[in-house]
Design a protein around this ligand. Structure first.
Ligand code: GP9
Ligand code: MN
Length: 613
């Protein structure tokens, strides 16, 4: 008897489930395939899991093996089917946090009858076929398998997994470390490998949470300086007004007032700066979670995590986010974004943060013409958002996330309103064209906001979410900035993103205070006349004269009124000459401590202890 024939029963079960999973991925899920490698990944992705999974069957005693194989196939099919039913309702895949978010499961419970079709019985049809075939003498599920044969099969599964992960990483670099898009994860890893990965992530964070105690919470939460310094002239100036916060994708401050061939790259933003509080020394503080990290900073005034996206890793924590605080003050809250809702796990996280509504891709009319790159282009995005905005109960807190100015910065020729920057680096060169496009989108949005009657009664905040041009493009950026090279000091300066706080009726003012995204929550709450004193936050009110100018970036670099500290070197502003490290020392400890405290709050889910009080 050859080993091949000995494994025949298991191979048959694997084969049937493999093909079934592929068919389900094509028929029941909408997984857009952009190129051939993705199709290959989609086809092969169930295989590694199935081979490893069925090794378990070889631990059963030979006479029982037939039944074990059928049961295992049934369980696999059931999980697959649960995903299909969940997908029919949510157009998303099951995750552990979702299972524990009672609201989600409750939603589906009510409509489960509509989501289950009679024809679904076909899902399990192959099991009957399998049971019948396993009775055939040639398949021999009952033969004894030596531990070596078992290990060989396991090794085979691992080998397929290794090839598979390599291809997935080629298809989408940093897939596992950043875990940005559930759709891409499922497409690349397969539903079951994805579930395993999700379980791993969740067990890690549950463990950290279980180990944290009330004592940690007391210790850390008391140390945090809940600074509530305000500016008495501005406190409550926008009381009861709507708050519209717009995230400008990948927009760095260096584009402001920049010209290419005499044409402004950001004509509208340059004007907006004149009629708003415009912050010139404002930094993004995001890590691997990019846009989602900036959202986290704005809503919580906590730092995002050093690894991974907190939206993905800690979506079930207790937070005390802007929507929740505002709700207690009579506000309704919503987020608007023209991409799929599971990107960055937003659909789950927004519920945790307390948003009442999430207008994702499915609320918009999306066509081939009005999309580019990740999703809906900014102009139609704003245009189509206006009626929804008008219908929101007032006062509202609305966050709008733009998308077009995203790497690799693509825009069709008719909407390219400025020449690409003349440099031999496509990314940097094109970047200016999509920034210009976003600028126009914003201009139209402000115009429509005025037409809609919402403008007068709203405060509009616009900020850049994170850098758009990474360190890899230093040569081209040096050219853009007219510098010989980019130093470590310049690299920190490049993390500046524009911030505008536009209050209709208030005169504009350029503000040089050093600040970061972490400061927005207390700043905005104070403008609305809401006390931030009971809230745990690391930021301070940007308008207060006691504002803490120590702005810590997620990689540990920091900026103060006079210094920049990065790569273990202290630089003096504004020219960036390295100076005696002792100058930076007083801030070093504080910067490290802030990041550490914030991480401990998130890893230990410490805010839950506050809420219990
Ligand atoms: C995706 C968009 C871009 O929905 O927010 O995400 P990013 O890659 O910038 O984090
Ligand atoms: Mn972004």
């Amino acid at each position: 008897m050859t080993a091949k024939t000995k494994h025949a029963a298991i191979f048959l079960a694997i084969f049937l489930l493999w093909i079934k999973t592929y068919i389900v991925s094509k028929v029941s899920f909408t997984l857009p395939i952009d190129h051939f490698l993705q199709e290959i990944l989609l086809f092969f992705n169930p295989l590694s899991f199935l081979v490893i999974y069925f090794c378990i069957a070889y631990f059963s005693s030979p006479p029982k093996r037939r039944r074990v194989i059928i049961w295992m196939s049934f369980i696999y099919s059931l999980i697959l089917y649960a995903n299909v039913v969940y997908y029919r309702f949510f157009t998303d895949f099951l995750t552990i946090p979702v299972l524990f978010q009672t609201k989600n499961v409750g939603d589906i419970g009510n409509s489960v009858y509509e989501l289950v079709y009679v024809t679904d019985i076909l899902f399990f049809a192959d099991l009957i076929f399998l049971a019948y075939l396993l009775k055939k003498p040639g398949l021999q599920p009952h033969l004894s398998i030596t531990p070596i044969e078992r290990r060989k099969l396991f090794a085979f599964g691992i080998a397929i997994l290794a090839v598979h992960l390599t291809l997935a990483e080629i298809n989408r670099p940093q897939l596992l470390t950043r875990t940005f898009d559930r759709e891409i994860l499922v497409k690349s890893l397969g539903t079951f490998n994805y579930h395993l990965y999700d379980i791993m992530l969740q067990s890690k964070s549950s463990m950290q949470k279980a180990l944290a105690s009330n004592i940690d919470a007391e210790e850390i939460l008391h140390k945090i300086n809940k600074d509530t310094a305000k500016n008495p002239e501005l406190y409550g100036i926008a009381k009861g007004k709507n708050l519209i916060v717009i995230s400008l994708e990948s927009t760095q401050s260096f584009v402001m007032n920049y010209e290419i061939n005499g044409e402004e790259v950001t004509p509208f933003l340059n004007d907006l700066a004149k009629s708003s509080y415009y912050f010139t020394d404002f930094y993004h503080q995001t890590g691997q979670g990019k846009t989602s990290d900036s959202e986290f900073l704005v809503d919580n005034s906590l730092y995002p995590l050093p690894r991974g996206a907190v939206f993905q890793t800690h979506p079930l924590n207790e937070y005390n986010a802007m929507p929740e605080i505002l709700k207690a003050n009579g506000y309704y809250s919503a987020v608007f974004h023209g991409n799929n809702k599971s990107f960055w796990n937003r659909d789950v996280m927004y519920k945790t943060l307390g948003y009442d509504q999430f207008f994702s891709e499915e609320f918009y009319k999306i066509t081939d013409e009005n999309t580019v790159n990740y999703g809906l282009k900014d102009i139609p995005f704003f245009e189509q958002s206006i009626p929804y905005l008008k219908d929101l109960p007032q006062p509202f807190y609305a966050r709008m996330i733009t998308l077009t100015n995203h790497h690799p910065y693509l825009i069709n020729e008719e909407e390219q309103w400025i020449e690409p920057y003349p440099v031999d680096d496509g990314t940097v060169s094109r970047y200016f064209t999509t920034v210009r496009y976003a600028d126009e989108a914003l201009r139209q949005f402000f115009h429509d906001l005025k037409e809609s009657g919402l403008y007068e009664n709203s405060v509009v905040v616009v900020y850049g979410d994170h850098y758009g041009i990474s360190e890899r493009h230093q040569e081209a950026i040096a050219d853009v900035l007219g510098k010989a090279s980019i130093t470590a000091y310049n690299q920190v300066e490049l993390q500046r993103v524009p911030l505008f706080i536009h209050i209709p009726g208030k005169k504009g003012k350029e503000i040089e205070t050093v600040g970061g995204q972490i400061d927005l929550k207390p700043t905005l709450l104070h403008l609305l006349g809401i006390e931030a004193k009971d809230d745990v936050h690391f930021g301070t009110d940007l308008f207060s004269k006691d504002h803490n100018e120590l702005t810590v970036l997620r990689n540990g670099s920091f900026v103060t009124e006079d210094f920049v500290y990065t790569s273990e070197t202290c630089y003096i502003k504004p020219f960036g000459a390295p100076i005696d490290p002792l100058k930076c020392e007083p801030f070093m400890e504080k910067a490290k401590e802030e990041l550490d405290q914030s991480d401990r709050i998130i890893y230990g889910d410490l805010l839950r202890f506050l809420k219990q009080k």
